[in-house]
Ligand binder design. Structure first.
Ligand SMILES: *Cc1c(COP(=O)(O)O)cnc(C)c1O
Length: 402
């Protein structure tokens, strides 16, 4: 293997974002392949017994076992780190593997976590059900209220955990202020940046300590594989995350890493076009339904804040119907082109009813508290022509009596 300029930080630091997305992390074999090689291997062989001894002792670089390193996975990690502006990145098998690792690698019995109450269903499960089983106290708050973060801090608070925009309520957390509160108390802020990716929002630049991803979503971008990633300082990744990750093994497969790497090459183009399409479609829907929650629309209660920290409003938004679950399901059943699907970030337009799918497991009371109502529909706008999407929506809205 030859390190190309894609792996040389002194050079890549000066590259602009588009170049990083296509070239960052590239590492070529003796064959000189242009597209990154896919190393589907769990182990590595050595010319002599001294080589693995030196590698295991940390005295020489080189691969030893794919739970510890894999060349294809390393290329993806270097590319994500460059795009994020992070010192280091490690990838995991799914977004939830990343969230679990980002929390458990640094928390111990007796610690306290403050988390946003509006969150992806499984992220809420980690906070409400998993962490307390290990003696980690958790408090969930209205994450849009900066004072609530400050007031929830206790002497044993170790981590702030939140997503912005939140899935599916599109609540926005004031990254600059909340991360500054964390810093002032020596608390680590862990930001789930799945809705945005580094092309739309870079929380590390706004004061966050750790950024965690479901790379399944917009990063991968075509609905093929599950993936996760954690970005942070070299100290956090090497000293806090790696001992946990290397011994518990939530690793991303080289195949999935390769797919995500291909996705990153077109991430900025997809994000920009899908954001434009989503804004057009959201404006169309806004004229027909009681409430649209889209950070790019002036009607979003935190529109100005969202646009001060996001470079694009994103391709995912929600809207609320007065007729509850029955009307929401009727609308979904009236769609021809747009798929009923609970994935997001796909190049295809997908719509789902969170209360009966992604947020079913959190229970009715938590849904009410989070603002996930029975009439809420979440919409991932894809790369199709928005005129076709609006024609499909027009039919479905009429069919649901709107
Ligand atoms: C999808 C999602 C996750 C979970 O990611 P998976 O790749 O499905 O495990 C976590 N957080 C947010 C905000 C998500 O949208």
């Amino acid at each position: 293997m030859k390190r190309t300029t894609g792996m040389d930080r002194a050079t890549t630091r000066n590259w602009r974002p588009a170049t990083r997305a296509v070239r960052g992390g590239t590492w070529r074999s003796e064959q000189g392949e242009t597209s990154e090689a896919l190393f589907l291997t769990s182990g590595y062989s050595y010319d002599d017994a001294q080589t693995p001894a030196a590698r295991f002792a940390g005295e020489a670089d080189g691969m030893t076992y794919s739970r510890l390193q894999n060349p294809t996975v390393a290329m993806l990690e270097e590319r994500i780190a460059l795009m994020e502006g992070a010192e280091a990145c490690r990838t995991q098998a799914s977004g939830m593997a990343a969230m679990t690792a980002a929390l458990l690698c640094q928390l111990s019995n007796g610690d306290h976590v403050v988390a946003a109450r509006a969150a992806f269903g499984s992220c809420r499960w980690l906070v409400d059900s998993l962490l307390p089983r290990f003696g980690i106290e958790t408090t969930t708050i209205d994450s849009t209220d900066n004072d609530a973060w400050e007031q929830a801090v206790r002497p044993n608070t170790k981590v702030f955990f939140f997503e912005t925009p939140a899935n599916p309520t599109l609540d926005i957390v004031d990254l600059r202020t909340v991360c500054a509160i964390a810093r002032a108390h020596g608390i680590i802020s862990v930001v789930d940046n799945a809705f945005c990716t580094p092309v739309m929002q870079r929380p590390l630049e706004l004061g966050a300590d750790v950024v965690a991803y479901s790379a399944t979503k917009l990063m991968e971008g075509q609905g093929r594989v599950l993936a996760g990633a954690i970005c942070g300082s070299e100290q956090f990744i090497n000293e806090v995350l790696l001992p946990f990750q290397r011994n518990t093994g939530p690793n991303l497969s080289p195949f999935s890493a390769w797919i995500v790497m291909k996705g990153l090459e077109t991430l900025e183009l997809r994000a920009r076009r899908q954001s434009e399409n989503a804004l057009k479609v959201a404006a169309f829907i806004e004229a027909r339904v009681p409430q649209v929650l889209h950070p790019g629309l002036a009607s979003h209660p935190q529109h100005a804040l969202a646009m001060s920290q996001m470079e694009m409003p994103g391709c995912i938004f929600s809207f609320v119907l007065e007729g509850g679950r029955e009307q929401a399901h009727a609308l979904l059943n009236g769609l021809d082109l747009i798929d009923i699907s609970n994935n997001i970030g796909d190049a295809r337009s997908l719509m789902c009813h969170p209360a009966s799918t992604t947020h079913h497991s959190v229970g009715a009371e938590t849904r009410r508290e989070m603002g996930v109502s029975e009439g809420m529909i979440r919409f991932n706008v894809g790369l199709e022509d928005p005129e076709d999407l609006m024609e499909d929506l027009d039919r479905a809205l009429q069919g649901a009596g709107l």
